[in-house]
Design a protein around this ligand. Structure first.
Ligand code: 5AD
Ligand code: SF4
Length: 455
């Protein structure tokens, strides 16, 4: 979501004649777009700010330039705006995720010498109505925010405080933006939201609001769109229509990020997740019945206040039962203003670290096994990036695995979906060869042992 927001901020500034640069030392404006979800992410802001200040002083000294305008955006700005101004008073602008459409005006004021500009409102108007049309910058695999904020108030989570209450964009706005993304070359769209399957958008011609399943069916009809994904979802908001869509809509990719956080009913209750481990396993069963082979991903937190060894073992058992293609796992970190941060039964750092290591060992083994099972198969890959080496290009399988391959002219395959025969599995990616017999591999050199083409 932050990647998407950063892109939208670039779009807003582009209207006013600004362009992005890859070289931070060249920038007239530096925007640090921040995340507040875990402690590490927000502490990083202050170390980044320190580094930025040193480099802008150096620039002013060496080149006699004006110091660049420094903007802190995103959820740390939202939650800790006053603290940022206190700890780093030389920051020019602090802007929250709900008001970055006002960034050009804030920059204009900073340019006239105003200092300490703070805009962390939750305005009534939707920022999406104020943003320019989506920029062409996204490429073949694009993001589209359809929903923001969350009303779930899980015990550990700052999102309802930093991003505010649940808000869904109208269906017509989403379909129009999807159409533009496709025109600009998107073949895949990932629908984004903090709690995306709580989506309930205003219907295009009045009547009952649409849920996510219905929206996905409508987007699947857009010519040119080959793949649809959504993230991130809550188990409680998987309704029957959305589950059925996984079986009925071929463009909806057979991969789902469905955070469970814990496998212990006691901890799930303390987290306020409103479902049990058994209900999650049952839901996974229904999803896999609808779409056999569905690859699952999840988020886990270890060391939530009150988590005992038996609770952690229940999480390990759930992981073994479900089998994940990949996952994200974190040590619990107390976030300001959340109920869990005030709980008395906090877990020690060493215990958290030990549990995280054990959980990650298991999840990594499952990911390796999932990738290994793909070797020898032919999978459709959407190519969306050049690789680091010459002639290398990279893309994703339907199950989100990164795939690298080589060909004579990578540029010609950008945005194309091609069959790839997977030849190797690594921990985080696959390698393969284009299956197309007419592939430009003819004449390429081959590894004498494996017979595989090499760049
Ligand atoms: N501590 C650790 N992890 C957290 N997450 C959210 N809040 C916290 C926290 N306080 C994790 C959850 C969520 C993911 C985006 O970040 O697993 O699903
Ligand atoms: Fe945070 Fe997700 Fe819970 Fe909402 S559902 S409070 S975003 S963890």
């Amino acid at each position: 979501m932050n990647v998407y927001d950063a892109g939208r901020m670039a779009d807003v500034m582009a209207v006013h004649g600004y362009a992005q640069t890859d070289c931070a030392d060249e920038a007239e404006i530096t925007v640090l777009n921040t995340c507040h979800i875990r402690e590490k992410a927000s502490e990083k802001l202050f170390s980044d700010l320190g580094r930025l200040r040193r480099s802008s002083r150096r620039r002013a000294r060496n080149e006699g330039e004006n110091a660049p305008i420094v903007v802190v955006a995103g959820c740390v700005a939202q939650a800790e705006g006053a603290e940022i101004m206190r700890r780093a008073p030389w920051v020019d602008i602090v802007v929250g995720p709900q008001t970055y459409h006002r960034l050009p005006e804030l920059v204009r004021r900073a340019r006239t010498g105003e200092r300490g500009l703070l805009d962390i409102e939750f305005p009534l108007e939707s920022k999406f109505d104020r943003l320019p049309e989506e920029g062409a910058s996204q490429g073949p695999a694009a993001f589209l925010t359809i929903q923001e904020g969350c009303d779930k108030f899980c015990s550990f989570c700052v999102v309802p405080y930093t991003r505010g209450g649940e808000h869904s964009r109208p269906v017509a706005a989403v379909v129009a933006e999807a159409g533009r993304l496709i025109e600009w070359g998107a073949r895949e769209i990932t629908l984004l939201g903090q709690n995306v399957n709580a989506y309930h958008g205003e219907a295009p011609r009045g009547g009952a609001e649409w849920g996510l399943g219905r929206l996905i069916r409508a987007l699947a009809d857009l010519p040119g769109l080959a793949r649809i994904r959504y993230t991130t979802s809550h188990p409680r908001d998987m309704d029957e229509d959305l589950i059925a869509a996984h079986g009925e809509v071929p463009a909806l990719m057979p991969y789902l990020h469905l955070p469970v956080q814990s496998g212990s009913d006691r901890v799930l209750a303390a987290m306020g997740r409103r479902h049990t481990a058994g209900e999650y396993v049952d839901l996974v069963g229904r999803l896999r019945a609808a779409r056999p082979g569905l690859a699952l991903s999840s988020d886990f937190i270890v060391g939530h206040p009150g988590e005992e060894e038996a609770d952690f073992e229940a999480t390990m058992a759930l992981v073994r039962t479900v089998g994940f293609a990949q996952a994200y796992s974190f040590k619990y970190s107390p976030r300001p203003g959340t109920p869990a941060s005030a709980a008395g039964n906090q877990i020690g750092e060493a215990v958290k670290a030990d549990r995280l290591a054990r959980l990650q060992d298991l999840l990594n083994a499952q990911q390796r096994e999932f990738n290994r099972r793909t070797v020898g198969r032919t999978v459709p890959v959407l190519f969306d990036r050049r690789g680091r080496r010459p002639h290398q290009l990279a893309g994703r399988t339907p199950a989100m695995q990164a795939v690298h391959t080589t060909c004579e002219d990578p540029e010609s395959l950008m945005g194309e979906i091609r069959d790839v025969i997977v030849t190797e599995a690594h921990a985080n990616s696959l390698a393969g060869e284009l299956a197309d017999a007419r592939s430009p591999f003819a004449g390429a050199s081959r590894n004498p042992e494996t017979g595989r083409a090499i760049a």
